[in-house]
Structures are given as C-alpha cells and as structure tokens.
Design a protein around this ligand. Sequence first.
Ligand SMILES: Nc1ncnc2c1ncn2[C@@H]1O[C@H](COP(=O)(O)OP(=O)(O)O)[C@@H](O)[C@H]1O
Ligand SMILES: [Mg+2]
Length: 302
Amino acid sequence: MSLIPGDDDVTTDAGGAAGSSVVPVVRMRGISKSFGHIQALRTVDLDLYPGEVVALVGDNGAGKSTLVKILAGVHTQDAGTVEFEGRAVSIPSPSASRDLGIATVFQDLALCDNLDVVANLFLGQELGHGPLDEEAMEQRSWELLRRLSARIPSVRMPVATLSGGQRQIVAIARSLIGEPAVVILDEPTAALGIAQTAEVLNLIELLRDRGHCVVLISHNMADVQAVADRVIVLRLGRVNGRFRAPEMSYENIIASITGVLNLEEGTPEDDPRERSFDMRSPDTRPGSTPGGTFDPRDGGPR
Ligand SMILES: Nc1ncnc2c1ncn2[C@@H]1O[C@H](COP(=O)(O)OP(=O)(O)O)[C@@H](O)[C@H]1O
Ligand SMILES: [Mg+2]
C-alpha cells in the first residue's frame, strides 16, 4: 500500500530520485486560497525535489490549477508559506516566479501562431540590445531543440504550421530558456495523439534526468503512471492522497480522486484504516462521483 500521509513529515514527501536528505526546491505549507465563497485550496502541503516528476491529479475543480498558479505568481495564497531552495519567498507576479526559477506552461501554451519558432522561443527575452541578434537566436534555438531531441523541421516555420505535439514542445522549450529548477506543465498531452504524447512524455523524462523538477497536471492516468515518480491527489481543495511509483495503482489513485479513499488529516502512516478501504470499482459505489474524464478506456494501464 503506497498511500503516504505526511503533511508535516517531510521525509515521506521526498522524491524518488532525490532521497530524503536533499532540501526540497519548493516547500509549500498550509496553503489556503478562496475565491469569494469558494475555498479552492485548504491547508495544502507540497514538497518538490530536484530530479523528479510529480503528478498533480484530481477531478475538475479540485484546485490543481489554483495551486500551480500560486507557484506561477498568478494568484497569491490567503494563508500558508512557500519556501524556495530553503528560504521563505513571496511570489507576487509571474515574472517573480520566473526569476526564482519556476517555469509554467499553461494549457493554452501562449504561443504566437503567426511568429516562427525562433521568435516564439525568445519572445520577451530576445538576445542582443537594439537590433535583435537573429543569427544567435536561431543558433540557440537549434541547440535547445536538439538537446530536447525535438523533431521540428525548421525553426523558421510559423508555429501555426506545426502539429499539436510540436507546439507543446516549443512551449516547453521556451520555458527552459532561463534554466528553471521547476517546470510546471498543465495538461501537456490533453490535445495530443499517441505518437505526439509519447514524444512529450519522453521530453518530461529527459527534463527530470537533467535535474529539473517537473510538475505534471494530467487527467490521463496512463501518462501519469508512465512518467510520475510521485502522485499527489487533490480533492475539493485538499490533499487526499500521496502515492509513490512504482507501487501506485490505478485503482488507488482513482479511489483517492473520487473520494472513495480518504486521506484524513493527521492519519499516521501505518493507520489500519488506510488498508481497509473498499477496492470495488468507484463507479459501482453509491454516492461516488467518478467524472467522465477518468474513463478507464482512456486512462487505463497501457
Ligand atoms: N479566478 C477564479 N475565480 C473564481 N473561482 C475560481 C477561480 N479559479 C478557480 N476557481 C474555483 O476554484 C476551484 C478550484 O479550481 P481549479 O484550481 O481551477 O481546479 P482544477 O484545476 O483542479 O480543475 C473551482 O471551484 C473553481 O471554480
Ligand atoms: Mg485546472
């Protein structure tokens, strides 16, 4: 059973590759956030370590985007603390987030369709003063894409002409220009076919192997199981499960997402209640809310 409580116990939140002695690159404690009457996040704790892929999963409205938007400087938390590489920080703006070393690729990618790959990679961070150093940027673009093993036919193509997978890869490549410690990807494979999904998953593994921490928001359990070292489940604004590869099972993650399995606050790691949850399919249980997005035909083990 791989359910890990550990709201305060940092060692249980340690990344697979990193081990527990490493200082987390990001440590969030007691994060709460409301929008009017809606409490989007309730006392969420999260540690992120270098060299790991952490999947953030949960049904629509669970609070995933709100949590990463706090790291991205889009929202400010109402309560709770964020540490970056061991020191307390506030992240009042997206540029403050980038300056710390946190890169976020939102679902809309924010690419400029009419501009070519080079222009998109360097948008807002152009090389050279005065006239742009086009040659240097083109050179850097090729280097960057080659390091990512990205198959882009030409860096002088407008991104509108690229496939969905290539566009995702350009958006990820763009986020890497400042050498961020943390790369946050919101549903990077949602619009992609099988081959393109595989390319993006390979890229995620490559980023991890290069020491980045990758935070992956995904509805696709097959993708999550393919690349995640740890899975954090949010439900109704709370952490409702922490799982670690390779023991994490599809059934446990889904049960945790739907609330069939509850991680109660302060539940000790060896609490027998955690071993006695009902393993029937969430769909068959009364009162459960299996969203259509967790159709096993889409997200089941490959
Ligand atoms: N800017 C906002 N204004 C008002 N409510 C919001 C805003 N952003 C998110 N919410 C609400 O907060 C809750 C969590 O949303 P979100 O973080 O987007 O969930 P998820 O990404 O897991 O689907 C939802 O109830 C959502 O409607
Ligand atoms: Mg969201």
